[in-house]
Design a binder for this molecule. Structure first.
Ligand SMILES: Cc1ncc(C[n+]2csc(CCOP(=O)(O)OP(=O)(O)O)c2C)c(N)n1
Ligand SMILES: [Mg+2]
Length: 938
């Protein structure tokens, strides 16, 4: 009995004699006909039991052979194209991809690039491009294709063949900047001139001048931020493409079921490295795809058995391991292990010897067989068992050496892709076995160092030319010793070019292509929606989190605009008071709600629906972020702007899924990220792993992220209003927003007259000094630190006769970026009257020294320090969080009201405006321990 079989013994046996007969039959087959025969019969029984729908789980692992048998391949999935011509096209692509990397490194030594990844996967891409991937030239959204980052040279090489790129582009692979901005275009050599736009925005229309016109070369990897007309789906940071593809397929379903967009024609394809499957992001969400039956999703895992350093599973078999994992997660798994020439050997394998050998050989050995001569394969793989050796007696050593792997067999791949597209009710993963560096010659193929090889000698290129049969296309003299190897493109009208273009035309045009084409435009909500937040809460205490939730509800209720909102929450709605939205807007569930919720009697019950609007993702910030990315790029991928609001525990945002946020910035996503329970002291009680005092520092590292730290409901409203205008208005920008939301309740003031612009700009005067005092210092507050600032203002007036102004700093990042731009302008325009940074200009009107207080690290207000035109001092929460009350925490971090008082007095003492003993008195008045250890050291 093996683990997992015991359950049978818990079931009643209603006829033990009959049971014994079956068992005896099996015993006798095993002893008389052999183990292989017994296994075969068992598998036949299992197959029949599946046909009879008994509900017996399928095994998670099958033998190490192709999933699609040769006869099924022939009868159902036979390749309809011209193998020969496609092979030639592929040879051209292979050649150009290699030459472009080699040339790039000649032009700029050390510029890098990869040869081996694409070489192993050329056929995997080609079968997709020639037969499956749908383009968008017909006005529809087409397929989403996630390309392995290191395969980018092959994709450029194909675009070159299609005439979308020319030699200059290829020559400038990985050199996006050099040669350009300083010289006038006429002075530049042709290779250094700015390049034309890659793709017209739509057929027949001239390309619009755009930011990308400053581009000079091809980005190293798929980066829509850098090549906004070409790449759509950023990958290369391992694992992010895979998880994004799952949620993209899921989001397509969501759009469809919510009747916002017809996505039935769009398939999501994701190419994954076998080494990449070690990333938790790669496999971490596959059960979602299985659970929701995402048959619009196909993954192709390029099982070249190698990663960067060496074998992926030298001691095991990555394909077998992945098969089990994916089958267990409800995926349809198609293994493409062996090329067609193995079919006949397997057909002769009546004793199961070859199968046993295939099953028991580990990947480390398979990798070695890929580099060994045929004679060693005969000896080592077939040889040890004379019966197995006899099976290949009729084959020469060369035949053995050339027994190909399935991932290089075009017919096998076509069958797998075709079967995947016909699969109903489950996503498919194609596990294709390849050789890393295939066709690049003995020095590259399957070597442990192959991943990083980027140079090839002329001799190696000559061998490649022979291997690819390009003698006619690449003249021998073109590969003279000191020559720069040429690219090759079949002429227009040639059989190859005609075939290539016809295939793409039949599938809707070239890919990848990023087109921003509004199909279902968005109307912005009316300004009145924001009035409630602008009015404040009167005497009632509220938090910015509850204010945001009210706003979200109001926005979602706006006709036409409302349905475009995508609220995303990773199992934290109750914490944020957002559970009140469940009933009204519904939680999206692919299968609706098959049960009666335990709280059905309540007004706000847990309501799941196929039309649900809320993405309640469960405890996965990574998955939620991937949903946010899919929603935030729908304006481009589908021409349907969607407005995602992803609300998370602020600690588990930038810190936890920072790389996905970076990916979203690359993808030009638009939308809102909301860090709730923000602050290191506002979220009392939770301690070190929960209290966030640094997400704003991390947010400051993302160029397009608009990071805000609002203190009041009206600030939150004004920022979101402006964000909607900037991202979804008539002249949309490819930016996104990060807002902190706090859970501290206090009466929310009404928006002061004329404050809106300052809120958006990042800084404005919130309160003048009390009338009884002369204004002599200024306090900048952000977020929940407003309480300490207001306390200090009252204390300083009452006990020290000192007046301070209070300013709200909603975005230091924005102030800094503006100041940096001004500083740069001044630097580059000597002799012209200098400009003044906005923060300097604003604070020039603020009295005395300036103290900033925040519930975040001091690095946040310090972002503007060098442009503040007065002595400047920041109080913040550097250090690990603790569990305690807000009061205790703020005292510990020295951000409470008394500490603000002391800081103001100390700053005034520094300018000579007050005596030092006044500071000392204040320190003792508030019971501050001047010798307590610094919080950030403990
Ligand atoms: C998150 C992350 N870590 C590390 C790398 C560096 N890296 C680039 S490719 C690579 C190996 C890829 O191996 P595999 O996924 O098997 O792809 P192959 O090239 O073999 O198809 C590594 C480690 C990366 N790009 N992203
Ligand atoms: Mg690999």
């Amino acid at each position: 009995m093996s683990l997992g079989d015991e359950y049978v013994d818990q079931l009643p046996d209603i006829d033990p004699a009959e049971t014994q007969e079956w068992l005896d039959s099996l015993d006798s087959v095993a002893s008389q006909r052999g183990r292989s025969r017994a296994v075969f019969l068992m598998q036949k029984l299992a197959e029949r039991s599946h046909e009879l729908a008994f509900g017996i789980p399928a095994p998670v692992r099958t033998p190490y052979i192709n999933t699609i048998p040769p006869d099924v391949q022939r009868d159902r999935y036979w390749f309809p194209g011209d193998l020969g011509i496609e092979q030639r096209i592929r040879a051209y692509i292979r050649w150009n991809a290699a030459v472009m990397v080699v040339n790039a490194n000649k032009h700029a030594d050390g510029i890098g690039g990869h040869l081996a990844t694409f070489a192993s996967s050329a056929a995997l891409y080609d079968v997709g491009f020639n037969w499956f991937f749908r383009g968008k030239d017909d006005g529809r959204a087409g397929d989403a294709v996630y390309i392995q980052g290191h395969a980018a040279p092959g994709i450029y090489a194909r675009a070159y063949l299609e005439g979308r790129l020319d030699e200059h582009h290829l020559d400038r692979f990985r050199r996006e900047l050099s040669g350009g901005p300083t010289a006038a275009p006429a002075d530049l050599s042709p290779a250094d001139r700015p390049l034309p736009d890659l793709a017209p925005t739509s057929a027949g229309q001239p390309a619009q001048p755009r930011e990308s016109d400053r581009r000079h070369g091809l980005s190293s990897y798929p980066h829509p931020r850098l090549m906004p007309d070409f790449w759509e789906y950023p990958t290369v940071s391992m694992g992010l493409g895979p998880i994004a593809s799952i949620y993209q397929a899921r989001f397509n379903r969501y759009l469809h079921q919510r009747q916002i967009d017809d996505t039935s024609e769009s398939r999501v394809w994701c190419f994954v490295g076998d080494g990449e499957t070690d990333e938790p992001e790669t496999l971490g969400s596959i059960s979602l795809a299985g659970r929701e039956g995402l048959d619009n999703l196909t993954w192709v895992v390029n099982c070249n058995l190698q990663r960067l350093d060496g074998p992926v599973r030298g001691n095991g078999k990555i394909m077998q391991e992945l098969e089990a994992v994916f089958r267990g997660a409800g995926w349809n798994v198609i293994k493409v292990v062996w090329g067609s020439k193995w079919d006949e050997l397997l057909a002769q394998d009546v004793d199961g010897l070859l199968l046993d050998k295939m099953n028991s050989t580990v990947d480390g050995d398979f990798q070695r067989f890929a580099v060994e001569p045929g004679a060693s394969i005969r000896d080592r793989f077939f040889g040890p068992d004379p019966r197995l050796r006899a099976m290949v007696d009729h084959l020469t050593d060369d035949d053995l050496r050339n027994l190909p792997r399935g991932g290089h067999d075009y017919r096998k791949l076509y069958a797998a892709y075709k079967a995947a597209t016909e699969q109903v009710g489950a996503p498919t993963v194609i596990l294709a076995k390849t050789v890393k560096g295939w066709t690049l010659g003995a020095d590259v193929e399957a070597r442990n160092a192959t991943h990083q090889i980027k140079k090839m000698s002329i001799a190696q290129l000559r061998t490649l030319r022979e291997r690819l049969h390009l003698e006619a296309e690449i003249p021998a003299e073109a590969l003279a010793d000191d020559a720069e190897p040429p690219y090759y493109r079949p002429a227009e009208g040639s059989a190859e070019h005609t075939y290539l273009m016809a295939r793409r035309t039949a599938l809707g045009g070239s890919l990848p292509k990023r087109i921003v084409r509004p199909v279902r435009p968005l109307t912005l909500p009316p300004d009145e929606v924001f009035d409630e937040l602008a009015a404040g809460s009167g005497t009632q205490a509220a938090s910015t989190t509850t204010a945001f939730t009210r706003l979200l509800r109001s926005l979602a209720r706006v006709p036409e605009f409302g349905p475009r909102i995508v609220p995303i929450i990773p199992d934290e709605a109750r914490t944020f008071g957002m559970d009140s939205l469940f009933k009204e807007f519904g939680i999206y569930a692919a299968q609706g709600q098959k049960y009666q919720p335990v709280d059905q009697a309540l007004l706000l019950s847990y309501t799941e629906s196929i039309h649900g609007q809320i993405l309640e993702e469960g405890i996965t910030e990574a998955g939620s972020m991937a949903s946010w990315l899919a929603a935030g790029t729908a304006y481009a991928t589908r021409g349907v702007p969607m407005v995602p609001f992803f609300t998370f525990y602020s600690m588990f945002g930038f810190q936890r899924v920072g790389d996905l946020i970076w990916q979203a910035a690359d993808a030009r996503a638009r939308g809102f990220l909301l860090g709730a329970t923000a602050g290191r002291t506002t979220l009392l009680g939770e301690g070190l792993q929960h209290q966030d005092g640094h997400s704003l520092v991390l947010a400051s590292t993302v160029p397009v992220c608009q990071a805000y730290d609002p203190a009041f409901a009206y600030e939150t409203g004004a920022i979101i209003k402006d964000g909607l205008r900037r991202m979804y208005g008539p002249d949309p920008e490819d930016i996104f927003y990060y807002l902190t939301l706090y859970n501290e309740n206090y009466p929310m003031p009404a928006m002061p007259e004329g404050a809106e612009a300052g809120v958006v700009e990042g800084l404005y005067r919130w309160a003048a000094a009390p009338d009884s005092t002369a204004p002599s210092a200024t306090v900048l507050f952000s977020g929940s630190a407003q309480g300490a600032a207001r306390f200090a203002q009252a204390e300083l007036a009452e006990h020290f006769g000192i007046g301070i102004e209070l300013w709200s700093a909603t975005s230091y990042k924005r102030l800094r970026e503006e100041a940096l731009a001004v500083e740069r302008w001044n630097r580059l325009h000597p002799g012209e009257p200098p400009h003044t940074p906005r923060v300097t200009e604003l604070l020039a009107g603020a009295p005395g020294p300036i103290v900033a207080v925040t519930d975040f690290m001091r690095a946040v207000p310090d972002q503007v320090a060098r442009w503040v035109p007065a002595p400047y001092l920041a109080l913040g929460t550097d250090g690990f969080g603790r569990s305690d009350t807000r009061e205790a925490l703020r005292r510990f971090f020295e951000t409470d009201g008394p500490h603000v008082v002391v800081a103001v007095l100390s700053a005034l003492a520094g300018t000579g405006a007050v005596a030092a003993d006044v500071v000392a008195k204040a320190i003792s008045r508030y019971g501050i321990d001047p010798d307590a250890p610094e919080p950030w050291l403990s």
